[in-house]
Write a protein that binds this ligand. Structure first.
Ligand SMILES: NC(=O)c1ccc[n+]([C@@H]2O[C@H](COP(=O)([O-])OP(=O)(O)OC[C@H]3O[C@@H](n4cnc5c(N)ncnc54)[C@H](OP(=O)(O)O)[C@@H]3O)[C@@H](O)[C@H]2O)c1
Length: 265
């Protein structure tokens, strides 16, 4: 099995990668930092292929897709896991709000560019935070009234809408698309400011471990029981109903078309 895991340098992505390696898969780990991704490679046994790309730069995402396609003719599993939350609004080199680009536009572009090579499963790590998300098509870049949690929730809502629209578009192809909530997990994603960084060892004790958080995405990516499942949103290995906003098919199509024009595909 050839698997590609984004955001594999840390947290849930590292544990998804560990689980896939334990099942005998060749796992291409994707990270933005040479040091952290190199350390993940060592932690995974040392012969794992490493690919570097900063999702805040769409040229990096295009180069990543090209490198993966050149290295692997066929990809069995793509796990779109990389994600972040940003305390104060920032804009990427591509001109998009960073959370929206890293959490949604980059995996949207990567998935589309890899689609001809994927025969298997596409799993996107979304979040229950999507339930608080609102897609305001006139303010997708959060130019007005930026709040970290709202921008994050919007991006996670986009993950669920993306998965549902993708599943519809690839139905019957043999490839499936699912997404999930991993639980509330003790990872660096919570460390969005100095106070939360200081509190994180204490708060982390109340949360799931990254290995526990990896359970559902790993199950979706590789278990025989999840074979053939497509379009669903999962938590604790069970399909869950996402929010009403996430079930809106018109919003899903509109977001897809808008995203395609933003990333120029
Ligand atoms: N933790 C939770 O409670 C929770 C709950 C629901 C959903 N999730 C989702 O789970 C996923 C994994 O997050 P995590 O909790 O495991 O956090 P994490 O430990 O911070 O891992 C995030 C991963 O994404 C990578 N990443 C961040 N910004 C990137 C960029 N600009 N370009 C490329 N890669 C980038 C990080 O790379 P670096 O190592 O270089 O930072 C890291 O590998 C995210 O999609 C998150 O939204 C998490």
């Amino acid at each position: 099995m050839i698997a590609v895991v984004t955001g594999a340098s840390s947290g849930i992505g590292l544990e998804i990668s560990r689980g896939l390696v334990a099942q005998g898969a060749t796992v291409a780990i994707v990270g933005r930092s040479r040091e952290r991704t190199g350390a993940a490679r060592v932690a995974l046994g040392g012969d794992t292929p490493v690919f570097l790309a900063n999702f805040a730069n769409l040229a990096d995402v295009r180069a990543l897709a090209g490198a993966l396609r050149a290295r692997f003719g066929r990809i069995d599993v793509l796990v779109n896991n990389a994600g972040l939350a940003v305390w104060r609004r920032t804009v990427t080199v591509d001109g998009f709000e960073t959370t929206f680009q890293v959490n949604h536009l980059a995996p949207f572009l990567l998935t589309n560019l890899l689609l001809p090579n994927i025969v298997g499963r596409i799993v996107t790590v979304a979040s229950n935070a999507h339930k608080r998300g609102r897609l305001d098509f006139d303010n997708l870049q959060r130019e007005r009234g930026y709040v970290v949690y709202d921008a994050y929730a919007q991006s996670k809502l986009a993950n669920v809408l993306f998965t549902r629209e993708l599943a519809r578009r690839i139905a019957g192809s043999g490839t499936t698309a699912t997404c999930c909530h991993p639980g509330v997990v003790a990872t660096r994603i919570w460390e969005v400011n100095r106070v939360l960084r200081l509190l994180s060892p204490m708060l982390g004790r109340l949360m799931l471990t990254p290995a526990q958080g990896a359970d559902t995405p790993l199950w979706l990516a590789s278990s025989p029981e999840a074979e053939g499942h497509s379009g669903g949103y999962y938590a604790r290995r069970a399909v869950m109903e996402p929010s009403a906003a996430a079930r809106d098919p018109e919003a899903a199509t509109r977001l897809w078309e808008k995203s395609a024009s933003m990333v120029r595909i």
